[in-house]
Design a protein around this ligand. Structure first.
Ligand code: ZN
Length: 136
C-alpha cells in the first residue's frame, strides 16, 4: 500500500502545503486502532465495539478514498449537482485525520483548520481524494 498523496505533489503554498505535509507524516503513523470507536488495538478475544475496523492511518485512509471513488462514479449527476446546476460539495475523510489536523492547526498555528467555505473548497481541490463529487 502506497501513500496516495506522494505521487501528486503540485506547487502549493500556505495552508494547503502545511496540510499536505501533515497528512504525509500522519499516514506513516504505525499505530493500529479501531476506526469505529477510536481505541488502540490490543489482540484479545473480545471485539472493541459493535463494528470493529482495525488498521493504521494509511489503511483507514485508503478505505475511505476507495469508498469516495465509488461514490463519485455513482452519484455524479444524481447528487453531485442540484437543479440550478450549482455543485454541491461533500467530503469524506478519516475522523481521526480531521481531529488531528484541527489539533495541529490550533496548537501550531493558532487557527482553525478551515476558517471559511473558501478554504474548505480549496482543500477539496487540493485533495480530491476526499471529495465526494467529481467536480469541485
Ligand atoms: Zn472499535
Amino acid at each position: 500500500m502506497n501513500n496516495p498523496f506522494k505521487s501528486h505533489q503540485p506547487l502549493e503554498k500556505g495552508k494547503m502545503k502545511l496540510i499536505r505535509k501533515f497528512i504525509n507524516g500522519w499516514l506513516q503513523d504505525p499505530l493500529v486502532y479501531c476506526n469505529s470507536c477510536g481505541i488502540p488495538y490490543f489482540p484479545s478475544d473480545r471485539d472493541c465495539c459493535d463494528n470493529p475496523q482495525i488498521g493504521n492511518n494509511l489503511q483507514h485512509c485508503w478505505a475511505i478514498i476507495i469508498q469516495n471513488k465509488a461514490r463519485q462514479k455513482t452519484r455524479d449527476n444524481e447528487y453531485g449537482s442540484n437543479k440550478d446546476n450549482t455543485l454541491r460539495i461533500g467530503a469524506s475523510l478519516p475522523e481521526k485525520l480531521i481531529r488531528d489536523l484541527e489539533q495541529y492547526f490550533h496548537e501550531n498555528h493558532k487557527q482553525k483548520l478551515w476558517n471559511n467555505q473558501k478554504e474548505f473548497r480549496l482543500f477539496l481541490k487540493s485533495f480530491p481524494q476526499f471529495a465526494i463529487c467529481e467536480r469541485i
